[in-house]
Design a protein around this ligand. Sequence first.
Ligand SMILES: [Mg+2]
Length: 176
Amino acid sequence: MAGKAPPPLAAPLTVYGPGSYHVVGFQRSGVPGGSMKVLFLDIDGVLNCKTSRQRHRGLMGVDPRLAQIVQNIVRAIPGLKVVLSSSWRCLEDGRAVVEKKVVPCFDITPLFDEEDDVRGYEIQAWLELHPEVDRYAILDDDTDFLEHQLPNFFNTSPKTGITQQLADKIVAHFLS
Ligand SMILES: [Mg+2]
């Protein structure tokens, strides 16, 4: 969560298990010629903001104006896969609502236990399992990401959600 500094990475790697994940460290190595592009998508503070009136289950919903900006990113990058990293992935219908109101989701990031409840870990675990990814972007209003992920991190303000200016930077990041 915001403000929580992740502990330093240790090697070697990772224990993965269904239902309970515990991170030991990471050793990502890409597949030569891998070409998958992935956008890790948060919802609250990205697809809604202070002025959004939409509600979902009594909480903030998806603002169609902001959804349009994300849709335009996906349209601009052929083959771009969206992976839901938001806590909305824990809601029973969260992914379905995102797919209906924003964009289709290729997957969701794994859920870690409380001890490893750092979003950067969850994203890193997904990346470890998908060495075919050669470029990714993290779109989030929180900041709990790993140091080596930061060049791929695009930070929104919960006051505004995603802006066109940030979307342009993300598109440029994928096309560079
Ligand atoms: Mg958020």
